[in-house]
Design a protein around this ligand. Structure first.
Ligand SMILES: Cc1ncc(COP(=O)(O)O)c(C=O)c1O
Length: 152
């Protein structure tokens, strides 16, 4: 919560947390999982390290990304790699994901060293993934993975 309030003081709505051991690796974005998209169309997200929640939205997006033709790369990713990658045009979209918000695009990362704007609005891959998840949830497309469960 301290980090979150520090973020608010700097005009940020969420905080990108580093790992507790080294502080170098990206873990989660607020209470959500974090994902990035490269210019080549690969979805990158940190691997489950033991301190990253195995979110159902994260898991679903990794599947849906494949359906949409994106490659997926699940691995440790350092904060430095994210910021340098954005500055160099390698990462072109970023978003947080979780059940409550589904997908929330990131406009800019702010650090002590500088700001890293990534996207003004939700990028095309972010939108496509979000729409596919919502279309499955609302029954607008075929549920090819048998995720939907009849409740009544
Ligand atoms: C710490 C944390 N990370 C990630 C998530 C997202 O998980 P899910 O997609 O299962 O909602 C949550 C959801 O509450 C969470 O609390």
């Amino acid at each position: 919560m301290i980090a979150q309030y520090e973020g608010y003081d700097h005009g940020c709505s969420q905080v990108l947390f580093g790992d507790a051991a080294s502080g170098m690796n990206a873990e989660e974005l607020g209470g959500m999982n974090v994902m990035l998209i490269t210019a080549e169309g690969t979805l990158v997200t940190p691997g489950l390290s033991g301190t990253i929640l195995d979110g159902v939205t994260r898991d679903s997006i990794l599947t849906v990304a494949g359906d949409l033709g994106l490659a997926t790369d699940v691995r440790p990713i350092t904060l430095a790699e994210i910021f340098e990658g954005i500055a160099q045009g390698h990462f072109v979209e970023a978003f947080a994901c979780g059940t409550a918000a589904v997908i929330t695009p990131v406009g800019e990362f702010r650090t002590k060293e500088g700001n890293y704007p990534i996207s003004q609005d939700a990028g095309p891959h972010t939108l496509a993934i979000r729409n596919r998840i919502l279309d499955i949830q609302y029954g607008r497309v075929e549920d090819t993975h048998s995720w939907m469960v009849k409740a009544v």
